[in-house]
Design a binder for this molecule. Structure first.
Ligand code: R1P
Ligand code: URA
Length: 239
């Protein structure tokens, strides 16, 4: 048990999928895992453990933003002992090439700008990339399964609603650097994994494209996550 997680010490598997939204965590556990059991209900940050093809796998809710994400992942890595974390998140596309409903895998992450992404100051600046084996496996498996997916530089922001507005002009510097998508937790994931010597990968589904103005509807979200979840589970099983 930790301040934010009521699970017993051995309730989590060695690999944990991380979802921002508790509804996504529940849907994944109930749709993809055999014999899922809920191991954390505190604050509705639902955590589940079950099996996939005979391997024990967990799914944990992490909430929105680095502050929330770092509470759940710190407690997982420090207390419950998993060593592989795979984020299965949502992101905004910053280029038409990050097509709506396709997957983006972050092969490197930077802060959106100098003042965004406070976590960048707390952890070693070298730890801003995923585990190379997890990245390679994900790209191989996506190819085998015919899942539309693009790996590249992503940016991370603490801010969803920016005073400069929600248009693409806010991301001009990120676009100029070649970033293909934005989310709010991948920087925290890569840095805390580096800090604890764990392996990490961030896979996100493009739910809106800031460059083209296209959006998905929340109502289609769970079905939209089928490819991302299949891919994450394939990577988890091969680990
Ligand atoms: O869908 P999740 O995993 O929460 O990820 C994205 O969605 C939230 C913003 O709507 C942020 O947490 C962002 O990173
Ligand atoms: O952080 C995020 C996630 C999804 N879509 C966005 O525009 N930003």
């Amino acid at each position: 048990m930790t301040p934010h997680n009521e699970a017993e010490r051995d309730d989590y598997a060695g690999t944990v999928l991380l979802a921002g939204d508790p509804q996504r965590a529940r849907w994944i556990a109930e749709t993809f895992l055999e014999a899922p059991r809920c191991v954390n209900r505190r604050r509705e940050a639902l955590g589940f453990t079950g099996t996939f093809r005979g391997s024990s796998i967990s799914v944990q809710t992490t909430g929105i933003g680095a502050s929330s994400f770092l509470i759940y992942t710190h407690e997982l890595l420090d207390h419950f002992g998993p060593r592989t974390l795979i984020r299965i998140g949502t992101c905004g596309g910053l280029t038409g090439a990050a097509a709506l409903r396709s997957l983006v895998i972050s092969s490197e992450v930077r802060g959106e700008d100098a003042v965004s992404g406070q976590v960048f100051g707390l952890y070693d600046a070298r730890d801003c990339r995923p585990d190379p084996d997890l990245l390679r496996r994900a790209l191989e498996k996506a190819g085998e399964l015919g899942i539309a997916c693009r790996a590249g530089l992503t940016v991370c922001s603490d801010v969803f609603y920016h005073p400069r507005g929600s248009g693409i002009s806010r991301f001009a510097a990120a676009q100029a650097a070649g970033a293909i998508a934005v989310d709010m937790e991948t920087s925290a994931l890569y840095r805390i994994a580096g800090h604890f010597g764990a392996r990490a990968l961030s896979i996100c589904t493009v739910v809106d494209n800031i460059a083209t103005g296209e959006e998905t509807d929340y109502a289609e979200r769970q079905a939209l996550f089928t490819d991302m979840t299949r891919l994450a589970l394939e990577v988890a099983c091969a680990s």
